[in-house]
Structures are given as structure tokens and as C-alpha cells.
Design a protein around this ligand. Structure first.
Ligand code: NAP
Length: 323
């Protein structure tokens, strides 16, 4: 029997590849990451299944070119890189990997918050640059306490709620904004209070972003918003880079309109070592590693393969966008 074909825009764990190779004819892109669009376009003409990553833009043109495609299985919880509406119209299923990465991403958001407030990465640079002897004074190189600070969580869903649990144990006050408040019961358990978007912006000492990137949230954080934040306020983003207008953030940090930022995601990834953000001291930069723990990445690979298998069988993936 002729095996069905699947294409991966980069490799996955050995156990996942073994599972795929048992069932399908598998091709894996091994060149430049992200895969150039022209290569991806040509590689998916005859495949039934596609495994992709957050930096692979799967647009209408690509979908139209993939005549046999039944499932796009993304190795991520975010699916803003896929034209999911168009995929649905073309009866192509989309699978994604929520839940298994919630704790890992909340852990990273919390570590970024601790890092930028206590200036850990900045201190590491001070030592590597041989400047430790310049910061011995009582007023030198001070950070900020987390205890008693107000944390504003923008997007209290899976990851936002997991962050709230962590922040509660550090005695932070937690406010949040979603389009709809969560139930009173859940608010009580998490120890959080619902506020308007502008109230969250103006009252928080630290704001952590956990909404998906959509037309509505695109560039929602811009100079107008930074000017409404506390001058002593910090911004953490482990959601998606395009939620922030990066040019405005760079200006806000340079002009000290806000106190600092810690980022795992950027408008265009990867950023280079010459990116203007790398020149600013009060910013912590992580290379999009929210879900990057051994355990979490393995679980994501397992679900990505299961989603793909189900889609190729004409069934709904375990975690499905749309249907
Ligand atoms: P989720 O459970 O769907 O939570 C999203 C939350 O955002 C919901 O509470 C939702 O509440 C709120 N929301 C959505 N649109 C909104 C809007 N326009 N205004 C205000 N609130 C809005 O998603 P999750 O699993 O926590 O993941 C969140 C995002 O994190 C993902 O979309 C992904 O992009 C990102 N992520 C990044 C990494 C990484 O490696 N850095 C890893 C995992 C996830 P309402 O519907 O009530 O508004």
C-alpha cells in the first residue's frame, strides 16, 4: 500500500519521528529555519499532513497550493501563524498543543519577572564585563521587591491563571483583564480581581501579557498605553511579539517612560545581536523558550503527532482549532 505523505518544517523528537515513519512517507526540512516560503510551497503540494511551528506562516496561498492536505498540526498553542478560517473553508483541520505547556510558560513568565525586577541577567553581564567592583555602594544596583506589588495579568486563561497561582504565593496583589471576567468562584480561588483594561494598565507595577495574537490584540501595547503605565512599571511578554509595538517599547524604555521589560517573543523572530533591544540594560531577552523544557516539549511532540494522525484519518484532532 502506498504510504501517505507528511512534511515537517523542522525535525521533532526521535520517538515522534519513529511513530511518523511507521505510517507515512516522511520528509523533514533540514535547511534554513524558518523554511523559506518558496520551499515550503513546493514541498506541500502532495502531502496529506503538515507539521509546522509558530514561525511558519501558513497563509491562503500555501493552503491553496496543498491540494491533498487534510491536517495542519502545529507544535504550539498559538495558531496566529495559520489562516485557520481559510483552512476550515478548505476542509483542512488544524491541531494545536494547549494545556501541556501551561506550567512551563507560566514558570518562564515568572522567572522573567523575577529576573528583570532583581536585575539578574544585568548582574551576569556586569560580572562578565569585569565591572563588579563598581557596584558596592548601598544605593548601587538595587532591584525591586515583588511582595506587595500589583501584578496585572492581561489574559487570565490557562497560562495567565497558572501565573496568578505563582504570584499569589509571592504575596503579590493580582488584577486581570479579559474580555469577560472569569467566575466569582475562580476569582476567589486564584485571589484575583477583574478590572478594566485601562485600570489594569494604570494600577499595575508589573503587567504580564497572556492573550493570543489576534487582529484585536495586534499592537495593543503602544506608546499611548506605555504613557498610561506607572513610570516604575515593568512589562513582561511571553505571549506573542506583535501584541507590542516594539518601536514604541524601545522608545519607552530608552526615555524611561516605563522602568523595564522582559520578553520571550518579538515582532519578527529570531532577533539579531544588533537589534535595538539588545542595547538596553533594563530589558531581559529570552529566545522564545516559553514551552522549552524537556518534559513539556516531549508532550507537545506526542500531541502534535496524535493530532496529525487523527486529521489524516479524517477525524478531529485531540486539540482542534475549528473542527
Ligand atoms: P488561553 O487559555 O486561550 O487564554 C487566553 C486569555 O486571553 C483568555 O483568558 C481570554 O479571555 C483572553 N483574551 C483573548 N483575547 C482577548 C482580548 N482581545 N482582550 C482581552 N483578553 C483577551 O491561552 P493560553 O493557553 O493561556 O495561551 C496564551 C498565549 O500564550 C497563546 O495564544 C500563545 O500565543 C502564547 N504562548 C507563548 C508561548 C511561548 O513559548 N512564549 C508558549 C505558550 C503560549 P476572553 O476570551 O474572556 O477574552
Amino acid at each position: 500500500m502506498v504510504k501517505k505523505r507528511v512534511f515537517l518544517t523542522r525535525t521533532l523528537h526521535d520517538f515522534a519521528l519513529k511513530e511518523l515513519k511507521k505510517r507515512y512517507e516522511v520528509e523533514i526540512h533540514s535547511g534554513k529555519i524558518p523554511i523559506p516560503k518558496s520551499i515550503l510551497r513546493s514541498k506541500i503540494v502532495n502531502v496529506e499532513g503538515l507539521i509546522c511551528f509558530p514561525y511558519d506562516k501558513i497563509d491562503r496561498d500555501l493552503i491553496d497550493n496543498a491540494k491533498n492536505l487534510k491536517i495542519i498540526s502545529t507544535y504550539s498553542v498559538g495558531f496566529d501563524h495559520i489562516d485557520t478560517k481559510y483552512a476550515k473553508k478548505k476542509k483542512i483541520r488544524v491541531g494545536y498543543t494547549p494545556e501541556v505547556l501551561t506550567d512551563a510558560t507560566a514558570d518562564l513568565a515568572f522567572s522573567l519577572m523575577l529576573d528583570v525586577l532583581r536585575r539578574v541577567s544585568e548582574g551576569d553581564r556586569i560580572i562578565r564585563d569585569g565591572k563588579w567592583n563598581q557596584i558596592y555602594g548601598a544605593y548601587d544596583y538595587v532591584g525591586t521587591d515583588l511582595q506587595g506589588m500589583t501584578l496585572g495579568i492581561f489574559g487570565l486563561g490557562r497560562i495567565g491563571s497558572a501565573l496568578a497561582k505563582r504570584a499569589k504565593s509571592f504575596d503579590m496583589k493580582i488584577i486581570y483583564h479579559n474580555r469577560k471576567p472569569i467566575s466569582k468562584n475562580k476569582e476567589e480561588v486564584l485571589g484575583v480581581k477583574y478590572v478594566t483594561f485601562l485600570k489594569m494598565i494604570s494600577s499595575s507595577d508589573v503587567i504580564s501579557i497572556h492573550v493570543p495574537h489576534t487582529k484585536e490584540t495586534n499592537h495593543m501595547f503602544n506608546m499611548k498605553i506605555f504613557k498610561k503605565m506607572k513610570k516604575s512599571g515593568f512589562l513582561i511578554n511571553t505571549a506573542r511579539g506583535k501584541i507590542i509595538n516594539e518601536k514604541d517599547l524601545i522608545e519607552a524604555l530608552n526615555k524611561k517612560i516605563i522602568a523595564g521589560a522582559a520578553l520571550d517573543v518579538y515582532e519578527s523572530e529570531p532577533i539579531s545581536k544588533n537589534h535595538p533591544l539588545t542595547k538596553i540594560q533594563n530589558v531581559v531577552l529570552a529566545p522564545h523558550i516559553g514551552s522549552s523544557t524537556k518534559e513539556t516539549r516531549e508532550k507537545m511532540a506526542e500531541i502534535t503527532v496524535k493530532n496529525l494522525n487523527l486529521g489524516i484519518e479524517g477525524k478531529s484532532p485531540i486539540y482542534s482549532v475549528g473542527y
